[in-house]
Design a protein around this ligand. Structure first.
Ligand SMILES: [Zn+2]
Length: 219
């Protein structure tokens, strides 16, 4: 079973006109005792949002073995140089954009370009393609998990499904009220991705607003 810790709940601040003033993704850590995985690593100017909590749970950036980037917007890809031993996973549908952020020449063979949908990452972990916010948005599906934040134990669901959705679900309201993300490339794809995640997830970790329990713990 995967131990999942929400290291940072994310933030998004908008002006009264709706422009984004400040944004940083949620940052999630998972381990099965062997692998040490991060999903999204925040904004480059918010280094302590990831490095501080990692230290709090007794880890260093060098410990991290894999980093899943749900999509390559700037507020999700920060400080990757700190993770010197990690492999980075980015979906190919992010297209040539990922090259500007993840230069294959400098990647030292550590960039994994994910193709298609429903890809096994590890035992009980798979990547699904959830486009709409961007073309290459992907979510990490965790089958069997124990979820906590830095402050509290949230839930343990041995047979439950946790979806770490990035900006396929930026905030709670998007999945609760079926609202497509404000920033998007395709509204229909956004709704399909929301429906797919709602169908499978017991708990979702959003892109910018911590976690949300969708279904009760199974007895
Ligand atoms: Zn985004």
């Amino acid at each position: 079973m995967w131990k999942v810790k929400l290291l940072y709940e994310g933030l998004i601040e908008r002006s009264v006109w709706g422009d984004v003033l400040r944004a940083c993704s949620t940052i999630t850590y998972l381990t099965d005792g062997t692998e040490h995985i991060l999903v999204d690593i925040g904004h480059p100017s918010h280094a302590m949002m990831v490095l501080g909590p990692l230290r709090q749970v007794g880890l260093t950036p060098e410990t991290i073995t894999k980093v899943v980037i749900t999509h390559i917007h700037r507020d999700h890809v920060g400080n990757r140089d700190a993770f010197v031993n990690a492999r980075f996973y980015v979906h190919e549908k992010e297209g040539s954009e990922y090259i500007s952020v993840f230069d294959p020449q400098k990647e030292d063979g550590r960039l994994e370009v994910v193709k298609g949908d429903d890809i096994q990452l590890d035992n009980g972990l798979k990547l699904i393609h959830t486009p709409g916010h961007s073309w290459g948005s992907m979510s990490l599906v965790v089958e069997g998990f124990e979820l906590s934040t830095l402050k509290e134990e949230v839930c343990t669901m041995e047979d439950g499904v946790l979806v770490i959705a990035g900006d396929a679900v930026p905030n709670h309201g998007n999945i609760q009220k079926d609202i497509a993300p404000l920033f998007r490339v395709d509204k229909t794809a956004c709704h399909s991705s929301l429906a797919r995640i709602r169908e499978m997830a017991d708990v979702v970790i959003t892109g910018h607003q911590g976690y949300l329990v969708l279904k009760k713990e199974k007895q």
